[in-house]
Design a protein around this ligand. Structure first.
Ligand code: 0X9
Ligand code: ZN
Length: 306
């Protein structure tokens, strides 16, 4: 396998060896934790970042729930390397990593990602075929246990938004929810990285009702969008998922919110449709840099909370 690059899209073997290497090279800041296996039995890894072994506060970030959204795992890789690189130079990053942990899952849907590299660039779902059905794959972002199977979700395995045979039927979903459940006391924010359409979204997605802390989340999403725009002027819309993108149930952001994680966001990265999922590699760096600012903005907010 060839070496990975932060300004190119990397295949799974490249991401896998990067995960191993970055943890081994930076033992004071990074550790690698296996949180489960995919349907095709690939190991799902999480990178824990931070100076403290168990900080009181943590932010959970997952990338690559949807296979074809290649900019998403590229962002998780970028975030990890920039956090490490700037720890010694940037006092704001030092403050963040000295006082909180990040739990980063660089690629949740590994099987789907491999399929999108080798067979079908526009594959979205995972690769499970538990049913006797001809059609393969569950939409992991419809498989979470929150109003499962009710809104913009299908019980037909042949659909793009097939929600699975039951809530958390998929091992990839289960890996995420099990880890979050066992770290609920420290996880203050949940971030899930998708593409495309340039949006900062927060719950609810399954209903047009407003969450109790709507004003706080809207202010934070606005602040995140402002941080993003400050770098290259890209406009990101912000708002509740249901009204800003579309209503859908069984999504990870609503699930995390319902577990008590009050700061839950879905980021839809570049672009707005010109290239869509085929975002050129020449835009990886700028996209990751602008989203990095948004994540730092949220991290500083969480740190300043009592
Ligand atoms: O439909 C999705 O799963 C997300 N969009 S994507 O184009 N990346 O597939 C949006 C999910 C937003 N969150 C909720 N509706 N809860
Ligand atoms: Zn997505």
């Amino acid at each position: 396998t060839c070496k990975h690059s932060y300004t190119k899209y990397n295949n799974w073997p490249q991401i896998y060896s990067w995960i191993t290497r970055i943890a081994r090279k930076n033992p004071e800041l990074v550790s690698r934790i296996k949180i489960g296996n995919t349907f095709e039995n690939r190991p799902i890894y999480l990178l824990k970042i931070g100076k403290q072994r168990d900080a009181k506060k943590a932010i959970f970030v997952d990338c690559g729930i949807h296979a074809r959204e290649w900019i998403s795992p590229a962002f998780c890789q970028w975030f990890v390397k920039e956090a490490i690189r700037t720890y010694g130079k940037d006092s704001s990053m030092k403050n963040i990593l000295d006082n909180m942990n990040f739990y980063i899952v660089p690629l949740v849907n590994i099987d789907g990602y491999v399929w999108s590299w080798t067979q079908d660039r526009f594959w979205r779902k995972n690769r499970s075929n538990a049913s006797s059905n001809a059609c393969v794959g569950v939409d992991l972002n419809r498989n979470f246990d929150v109003l499962w199977g009710t809104v913009d979700a299908s019980k037909n395995p042949c659909e793009e938004v097939y929600c699975g045979s039951s809530p958390e039927s998929e091992p990839e979903t289960k890996a995420v929810t099990t880890f979050i459940h066992s770290h609920l006391s420290s996880i203050k924010a949940y971030l899930t990285i998708h593409s495309y359409s340039q949006m900062v979204l927060f719950p609810y997605g399954y209903t047009y009702d407003k969450v109790p802390n709507y004003n706080t989340l809207n202010g934070l999403a606005k602040g995140a969008a402002k941080a993003i725009a400050s770098l290259y002027g890209k406009k990101y819309k912000y708002g509740a998922s249901a009204s800003t993108i579309y209503p859908s149930s069984g999504c990870s952001d609503d699930w995390a919110y319902e577990q008590g994680i009050k700061y839950s966001f879905t980021f839809e990265l570049r672009d707005k449709g010109k290239y869509g999922f085929l975002l050129p590699e020449s835009e990886i760096k700028e996209t990751c840099q602008e989203i990095m600012l948004a994540v730092k903005f949220l991290a500083n907010y969480i740190l300043n909370q009592t």
